[in-house]
Design a protein around this ligand. Sequence first.
Ligand code: F6P
Length: 298
Amino acid sequence: MQLDRDVIERGVELGAQPVDHGDDRNRNAGGNEAVFDRGGTVLGSARCPEFHEAAGRAKALHHLAQREINALIVIGGNGSQTGSSLLAAAGFPVIGLASTIDNDVFGTDVSIGVDTAVNITLEAIDRLRTTGASHQRAFLVETMGRSCGHIALFAGIAGGAEVIAIPEHEVKPQEVAERLGAAYARGKTHAIVVVAEGARHGAQSMMRYFEKHKAQIGFELRVTTLGHVVRGGIPSAFDRVLATRLGAAAIDWLARDAAGMLLGMRGTDIVATPLAEVAGNTRPIDMALLDMARVLAQ
Ligand code: F6P
């Protein structure tokens, strides 16, 4: 098997038949039209609780066999790659490609979608700064990240946030209030607090505390919750190139009968990690960056 037009078109055609349902519902969703400028999944694949059970996986293998699909490239986050490792353990050739906005897949520095999600959050921060500076306000911006604070950390650093609150490190509302108060006292016209949705104290809970301690903060306060807006939109150039490189590499690996691996990026190199190692592990965030952000915000 080589990376050529036929392989790509056949892949799109087969991929459009979800393995868990074995039907053709999304057959027209992808076609072989360019998908470079589209986020999400064009195939309609989604979380499948049935796949956690041996019977569900047996059903998936049955559907694959019925359609003469003899290898899969699974593009997704930790849940998807756990599924990949189970299929690989069952002897089915699978290559995993790390794709999640959370950037918590083990075996890669960066997952497909992360750069776009960080930039969407950053754009929101930059826009909120306009109102913040005009009206001497502090904004609490809640972005996605239920158990990983990567988006909040990177967008917070890039957006010059006064405080970044993430699931990996607790920041108490009192500390946030003190830091906002200190920024106000230094004469700042506005302030930004970036909160990951999974932070121990979420944006709403912080606001409840701030309501009672307004005088200490100085700034008028507002909350913006970005939610699933962070996931949508047009993929960045970085994400498009990353996805293209990983997709091409996946075909090469399958052609060499070297399945059972997750392909990711280290520096500028594509690296492979056994799926068995990826499942059950997560990529930690760089806590040194959080420390740096705290120092720079003072
Ligand atoms: O895992 C990616 C992610 O976007 C998390 O950051 C977020 O918490 C979660 O998915 C949201 O999932 P759902 O769309 O099911 O609410």
